[in-house]
Ligand binder design. Sequence first.
Ligand SMILES: [Zn+2]
Ligand SMILES: [Zn+2]
Length: 453
Amino acid sequence: MSGIEQYFGEGFDCACGRHHRTAFGNFELSHGAIKKLPEILKNLGFKKPFLLSDTNTHLAAGAEVEEVLKASGIPFVSHILKSPENGNLTPDERTFGSAAMGLSGEPSCDVVVSVGSGTINDTGRLLSFLTGREFLLVMTAPSMDGLVSGVAPMIYNDLKTTFPAHAPLALIGDLDVLVKAPDIMIAAGAGDIIGKYNCLNDWKLSRIVNDEYYCETIAGIMGEAVRKTAESVNGLAAHEEQAIADLTEALVFSGLAMDFSGNSRPASGAEHHMAHYWEMQALFEKRHANLHGTEVGIGAVIALSVYEILAGMEKPDFDALKKGAYGRMPYEAWEQEMRRCYKEGVDAVLTLEKTAKKNDPEELIARLDRIEAHWDEIIALAKSAPSPEKIDEMLLTLHGARRPYEVGISKDKVHDAIMYAKELRNRYTVLQLMWDLGKLPEVADVLTERYGG
Ligand SMILES: [Zn+2]
Ligand SMILES: [Zn+2]
């Protein structure tokens, strides 16, 4: 993949009728990229960076960043958060508070430089945003696609909350560092991209059913990122430099695609909703969360299995479905299920349904009309979707988890995710389509049996 720069700067007028533009425009991906940090800082006019890392990322790259700055005579403050004994730092109040306290005594620091890829990235982008500083990111692993996004997902009051923040002014990926990233992080980054095999179908599905905005250019950018990653799985498993570079670019492209569309539609579908659902459950149970991309990969296998079931379906009796729309899901029963599944996070779900009306009988009937009219097109889309086995093989090659039980997700949480993860967002996916067709409970039973362990 190359030519990422063509999308920077002024942006472009797209065939979809919109002007696409990103604020992000400084991407240094190379051997020894960390050595270029002093020059990048100088070019951007920064004099004293506040370096944010944790014990793990300091070891991976932070110490080198410090050496490079020292050698070039740039003063800096280094704040190293303590990583837990086993696992990674959580992006919560404690982590953010520690970073903020570290910065509070250093008013002369004019830029926050995060050295990390997950928690340290999000913490740094929020901290810099709130304190009116710019933000730079030195990546330590190609583990997820939120690199250039303008928001910071954090854990707040035990709930995942997305805070407005800003994208890094520059992103530095040192291939000497990235090739040493652990298998699990590389597999997670690839999983986040491989999940797009599903979400691009969900986007097309919603265009067919809801006439949702769809951009061929953005979908094309994402499709290319997915293709490159899929071709690189053997190289990624061997930590080959070219493969790692391709994955890193794919993750950046994914971020650009979201920037261009103005939401996460090109990068997130049913596979992400299920991943978000499981992540919430881990929070409720105070268990350590899996890497985001790990759960996205597992979700993609399940979501593509739903497409596979759809591809084999006979045309349903739409008149009967429309007649039964009013008895489908009494609100009280639905709310009870939401309280069971979403616990202290239920308010957001109940509020969303008031505007989204996904389960409203009249909306359902209107959708069934459109699904009926476009049935052949929908089946053709389902038939063109990649097989779940293909994703399975890729995850196996990457030494990544493929089944929920491998990462502590119980059978009932697989069933609940298939049934109710759709309630997390107002975004049409194959799960909502199956609900519309009255098939979702059956699909949940079949796939929980197949994948739940
Ligand atoms: Zn467009
Ligand atoms: Zn993702």
